[in-house]
Design a protein. Structure first.
Length: 97
């Protein structure tokens, strides 16, 4: 049995995670002034730069997984519909005899 609610909520959650990862970049400039001393600011800039690389990779993985969940959901829905239609045709054939 396919858990459509789980697939649907996974799709929604992945979309929310993708949005959050994309929105992080907008907040980067907001925190530049809070570090104070230039050496601390430099260290944080290096950290954020590394985080940006990992965030992009994570974002790519989340997007890929989201596409796969969407494809699985559509495929299972189509299969269920095809099976329902095939079963209905089979049941209808028996009534005519």
């Amino acid at each position: 049995m396919v858990d459509y609610a789980l697939l649907g909520s996974s799709k929604t959650n992945l979309r929310d995670i993708r949005k959050a990862l994309r929105d992080i970049e907008e907040h980067r400039a907001e925190i530049d002034d809070i570090w104070g001393h230039h050496s601390l600011a430099g260290a944080m800039d290096a950290f954020v730069g590394n985080w940006d690389n990992y965030r992009r990779e994570l974002l790519s993985n989340v997007e890929d997984l989201g596409k796969r969940v969407e494809t699985a959901l559509k495929s299972f829905e189509k299969l269920d519909l095809d099976l329902r239609n095939a079963n209905g045709k089979k049941s209808g054939e028996g009534k005519g005899n």
